[in-house]
Write a protein that binds this ligand. Structure first.
Ligand SMILES: *[C@@H]1O[C@H](CO)[C@@H](O)[C@H](O)[C@H]1NC(C)=O
Ligand SMILES: *[C@@H]1O[C@H](CO)[C@@H](O)[C@H](O)[C@H]1NC(C)=O
Ligand SMILES: *[C@@H]1O[C@H](CO)[C@@H](O)[C@H](O)[C@H]1NC(C)=O
Ligand SMILES: *[C@@H]1O[C@H](CO)[C@@H](O)[C@H](O)[C@H]1NC(C)=O
Length: 482
């Protein structure tokens, strides 16, 4: 509730350099656009502020997961350069909407499935200083006259659904349905971010609409039916600014210069295409194996839109039981754990295949005072209809991650030295430019069939949609106190 939108107004957008030819390992060289991920400078914050943030983060993640239940011109690939906001608190990219196209920064969220933008009609303070979408400025905008809302642990965004041309990373969907939100809770947006792009499956979309990525993947617009992330780490860099280069988001291909070795894919269990689900098969803490329940309590959502890692209380307690002098947090840190900052922590996670280490720099999520740190794992109760584990950026900064449409799976690979060399390196965040689209797709190509992944589009006539999907933590702070 106290997430203030006090970020500086360096509203720089991500850059899109048109017509860059990707050096992808493909026989042909597809066209692409390239966009950067960025990040900004954190402010020092007090232990109270960290507590407020930590509490809201846990509530947000719980609310997010406690849910009720064309013609392609050619195949291509594209890269979107990501921005790292507030020392790894969130990662955003940019897209362009309307005719003429206007660029917006949006949180890239593999843990939800709706696209929404703050509307020019938004009078809420959350929209102050944030670039907003003005439907009357776009000649191709169509009002669907259907209400849209998304609720979060600490707020909500609501408005109406519209349809317009949306371009991203060199791809264009001519009739993307998205929320135009005139009601936005205080803590949801942090300038320059104007909204959120959901990158999970249509089955969990509040709008019922096919997500941008799924329209592109199912229509065959992509060289390969997958998208991939490399996310940077700045949370252990005291010189980090509010916005820093955040890594890369690639559509239709992986970027082989950013990882080494094979990508270790594991199928989405039971073909349940909703969140990007994986089964947690093993966790170690300081070399000791943690007890993981089987079945649904081992399910994890791989979520770029969540900062930390939430899991069942007993497993999280066991992780910390291997860290001497750690203890459960109290008050606003309820559900979190604190431990001596001098301890180097080694936690690994596996999802059926290879085991992946989380760096001590990521495990050490916050420094509360000179001796006491807060760990990145927190206990989470997502309820019966959501995965028990939410695996966020704490983990994802340590791997190259691939979200594959068909066969539906998530893959991880070791980051290359080139990727690792981007961590903690202050650099200018490029500004947005809109390039021409390499491929244009229509989302109205037919009803989605979950079994064959045919192109998509659900009825929007179901009235106001209830969603719990949320934005994650939009932000907040991330520097440490000393
Ligand atoms: C892969 O990523 C590197 C580092 O961001 C970038 O320089 C290169 O252009 C990318 N390659 C492709 C084919 O997008
Ligand atoms: C769409 O139309 C509804 C009335 O049906 C209106 O309330 C809403 O503001 C319109 N949305 C936009 C983005 O123009
Ligand atoms: C941040 O953490 C990484 C990984 O542990 C490490 O390589 C790097 O040196 C750290 N950076 C700083 C500024 O401590
Ligand atoms: C972390 O723990 C794993 C599992 O016990 C072990 O294989 C690995 O070598 C450890 N890494 C470090 C850096 O200690």
């Amino acid at each position: 509730m106290v997430f203030s939108s006090s970020l500086s107004h360096l509203a720089m957008l991500v850059s899109l350099s048109a017509n860059t030819v990707l050096a992808a390992p493909r026989p042909s060289s597809p066209q692409s656009l390239s966009m950067n991920l960025k990040r900004r400078a954190p402010e020092a914050r007090s232990a109270d502020e960290i507590g407020t943030w930590a509490q809201a983060h846990k509530l947000n993640v719980e609310a997010k997961y406690r849910k009720t239940a064309s013609s392609v011109e050619k195949r291509s690939t594209g890269q979107n350069l990501v921005v790292n906001q507030k020392a790894d608190s969130s990662f955003f990219g940019s897209l362009a909407v309307g005719t003429p196209p206007v660029a917006y920064d949006v949180i890239l969220d593999t843990g939800s499935a709706d696209l929404w933008l703050a509307s020019s009609e938004c009078a809420a303070s959350a929209c102050d200083g944030v670039p907003t979408f003005k439907s009357s400025d776009s000649s191709t905008f169509q009002n669907k006259s259907t209400e849209f809302s998304i609720t979060y642990g600490s707020g909500a965004a609501a408005g109406s659904l519209g349809e317009d041309v949306v371009q991203m990373a060199g791809f264009s969907v001519s009739n993307q349905v998205f929320g135009v939100c005139d009601q936005v809770s205080d803590n949801l947006l942090n300038s320059p971010v104007s909204g959120l792009l959901g990158l999970a499956f249509q089955t969990i979309a509040s709008s019922g609409a096919s997500p941008l990525w799924e329209t592109l993947a199912s229509s065959g617009a992509w060289d390969q039916p997958l998208m991939a992330f490399q996310l940077t780490r700045f949370n252990n860099d005291s010189k980090a600014t509010d916005l820093e280069p955040g890594g890369t988001f690639t559509m239709g291909t992986t970027n082989t210069s950013l990882y080494t070795g094979d990508i270790d894919y594991n199928d989405i269990p039971d073909n349940d295409e909703s969140y990007w689900l994986q089964t947690v098969s093993s966790i170690t803490s300081q070399g000791n194996t943690i007890t993981i329940s089987s079945g649904s309590s081992a399910l994890a959502a791989i979520d770029t839109g969540t900062t930390l890692i939430g899991g069942p209380a007993d497993a999280v307690a066991e992780i910390y039981s291997n860290i001497p002098n750690s203890e459960a947090g109290t008050g606003q840190l309820d559900g979190y754990y604190i431990y001596p900052c001098s301890t180097t922590v080694n936690v690994t996670m596996a999802f059926g295949g290879k085991s992946w280490a989380i760096s001590n720099a990521d495990f050490q999520a916050e420094q509360l005072n000179s001796n006491t740190c807060m760990g990145a794992f927190f206990s989470l109760d997502t309820g019966d209809n959501a995965p028990s584990w939410i695996v966020g950026d704490t983990f994802l900064k340590n791997v190259y991650s691939v979200f594959r449409y068909n066969p539906a799976s998530v893959g991880f690979a070791e980051l290359s030295s080139e990727a690792l060399a981007m961590n903690g390196v202050n650099a200018a965040v490029p500004s947005a430019t809109i390039g021409s689209a390499a491929a244009t797709v229509s989302a109205t190509a037919g009803a989605r069939d979950a079994n064959n992944g045919a192109a998509s589009f659900h009825s929007l006539s179901t009235g106001p949609v209830l969603s719990l999907l949320a934005i994650t933590l939009t932000i907040l702070f991330s520097s440490r106190l000393v």
